[in-house]
Design a protein around this ligand. Structure first.
Ligand code: ADE
Ligand code: ZN
Length: 332
């Protein structure tokens, strides 16, 4: 491992933007498909990987939902989550705030309880190895708000185990305001709120996510940089951006990693973080994402990105302070 790679791996960090379904590696996809007796339209792991070429978000989503179709039983969700957590721990992640997409499963007849029970069992097991976690339930924005509300209701018995709600899937044409009522209900229930905004969608969607959905954190947020007033707002309110460099490259949000805005975000005083989004599809876990921007930022910047991941987390002040101190002593 290079010196930069060793520094990145050893840096204590939180991951705040990871879709568990997006961590389904082709090997596990094949194994689960075999045991569930599901035919998949690929002959080999290499063939699956070769299909992962995207020119926009929707290309990826089409294949992501097809991949998730192999997940049917509690064991499948447990195995998926366990594999991600082990991989993240190997990259120096000590706290994770993970997304899951219940509607991608309930729409196929998989009960909500099957999905979340498998995920929670894996999170609980990882906790005994020192990995802390929060779970964030995302609504699929290409579906209507009534569908999101049905999911919200199904989740109610689990609110003690769900830290917040999120908003993901096809951004263009599905503005945050479409989910005004269900986000208000989530806030009233004491849940945190986050939303994908400004990945492909315009700065107006970021304004809406802030003003209408009252979000605590912005997922991606790249296109916020097009609007100086929005940048000033995000800075003044210290709102965290969960940025995903390899995802941005693979989904053509940036044309070249050399043009990635991560350094610009830091220079403008924004609380940017680095995350993997859908690591099985975009060619890397969190350490790979830090490494992908290593040519753009200094080691001190990387330590600041890692500090931001804890500052922007839903951990309490004492836990956050403990992780920040660990970074200070690591990077001193
Ligand atoms: N679902 C999984 N990954 C996503 C992304 N990058 N954007 C929107 N929805 C997603
Ligand atoms: Zn995402």
């Amino acid at each position: 491992m290079s010196a930069a790679g060793a520094f990145i791996t050893g840096l204590p960090k939180a991951e705040l933007h990871i879709h568990l379904e997006g961590s389904l590696e082709p090997e596990l996809m094949f194994e689960i498909a075999r045991r569930n007796k599901i035919a998949i339209p690929f002959k080999s792991v290499n063939e699956v990987r070769a299909a992962y070429r995207f020119s926009r978000l929707q290309d990826f989503l089409d294949i992501y939902y097809r991949g998730a179709d192999v997940l049917r039983h509690e064991q499948d969700f447990y195995d998926l989550t366990r594999a991600y957590l082990a991989r993240a721990a190997a990259d120096g992640v000590c706290h994770v705030e993970a997304f899951f997409d219940p509607q991608a499963h309930t729409a196929r007849g998989v009960p909500f309880a099957v999905v979340i029970d498998g995920i929670l069992a894996a999170l609980k097991e990882a906790a005994s190895d020192g990995m802390t976690s929060r779970l964030i339930m995302c609504f699929l924005r290409h579906l209507d708000e009534d569908d999101a509300f049905a999911t919200f209701k199904a989740a109610e018995p689990y609110f003690g185990c769900i830290a917040g709600v999120g908003l993901d899937s096809s951004e263009r044409g599905h503005p945050p305001s479409k989910f005004r009522r269900v986000f208000a209900a989530a806030g009233a229930a004491g849940l945190k709120r986050v939303a994908h905004a400004g990945e492909e969608g315009p700065p107006e969607y970021v304004w809406e996510a802030l003003d209408v959905l009252k979000i605590d954190r912005i997922d991606h947020g790249n296109r916020a940089l097009e609007d100086p007033k929005l940048v000033a707002r995000i800075k003044a309110e210290e709102i965290t951006l969960t940025v995903c460099p390899l995802s941005n490259l693979k989904l053509c949000v940036v044309g070249d990693m050399a043009d990635h805005p991560i350094k610009n975000m830091l220079n403008q005083g924004l609380r940017a973080t680095v995350n993997s989004d859908d690591p099985a599809y975009f060619g890397g876990y969190i350490a790979d994402n830090y490494a992908a921007v290593a040519g753009l930022v200094t080691e001190a910047d990387m330590a600041e990105l890692a500090r931001n991941s804890f500052r922007g987390s839903f951990l309490d002040a004492a836990a956050t302070a403990k992780h920040l101190a660990a970074i200070d002593s690591y990077s001193a």
